[in-house]
Design a protein around this ligand. Structure first.
Ligand code: HEC
Length: 218
């Protein structure tokens, strides 16, 4: 019984210690929880800046012309890459439009003209009323950074920055046709963009890239 007052003091002391420690922990917690936010914010800002500067990123893509990339591309590997598109696109002849339009015959197809698909104003503007076509060059830039190349496009795909992977993919897109377009190095009569840089084509014969194209794939 004599110990009761002592216990009361002890409890009061412990309670005080508890409160002080709790306050300390809480303030640590509050302090700590602020600290990670700052770096996170900086990282996000850096990423946003990177995306915003798609124009600055473009030289990396155009540094290696698509004709050169395609010379060592592999349509079979590209078919695996195309799986990423499959959520939104079909690739087979007469396939349905999904979130995005069917991509049969996409190489050299007039931009934003697939029947039954409702395109964004941005890509329709880019197509200049359907007079612009999906040249290898356009595809290369668009698939590097869809929203960087066609600002405001409805295509919700971040882009594929890996040159080789993208070239494989484009080589596969080329096979989605009864009559695949010639590879750009092979003296394609490129109507719009590609005529400017013919130099690399001479170095590697385009035939080297051709045998992988699986004619029976679809
Ligand atoms: C999240 C859905 C989505 C994914 C994933 C996606 N796309 Fe698209 N794609 C779209 C939409 C939507 C459009 C129509 C764009 C517009 O109207 O601005 C489009 C348009 C296109 C066009 C232009 C078609 C035309 O008729 O002019 C091409 C080419 C294309 N996509 C290729 C691809 C490829 C290749 C991939 C995979 C690497 C891919 N897309 C991944 C949704 C997607």
């Amino acid at each position: 019984m004599d110990s009761t007052p002592f216990n009361k003091y002890a409890m009061a002391f412990l309670a005080t210690v508890f409160v002080v420690m709790t306050a300390g922990i809480l303030s640590d917690y509050i302090f700590d929880s602020h600290a990670p936010e700052k770096p996170g914010f900086i990282i996000q800002a850096a990423e946003a800046g990177g995306e915003g500067e798609a124009g600055a990123a473009a030289p990396a893509a155009s540094a290696v012309p698509i004709a050169t990339l395609l010379a060592s591309a592999d349509a079979t590997r590209g078919e695996a890459v195309f799986k990423r598109c499959g959520a939104c696109h079909t690739g087979e002849k007469g396939g349905p439009n999904k979130v995005g339009p069917n991509l049969w015959n996409i190489v050299d197809r007039p931009i934003a003209t697939h029947e039954g698909f409702s395109y964004s104003g941005a890509i329709k503007d880019f197509s200049k009323g359907g007079t612009e076509k999906w040249t290898y060059d356009h595809l290369n830039h668009f698939l590097t950074s869809p929203k960087g190349y066609i600002k405001g496009t409805a295509m919700g795909f971040a882009g594929d920055k890996k040159d080789n992977e993208r070239a494989d993919l484009i080589a596969y897109l080329r096979t989605l046709s009864d009559n695949p377009q010639p590879l750009p190095a092979a003296d394609a009569a490129a109507p719009a963009g590609d005529a400017a840089k013919p130099a690399e084509g001479a170095a590697k014969p385009a035939e080297g890239a051709a045998p992988a194209a699986p004619a029976t794939n679809n």
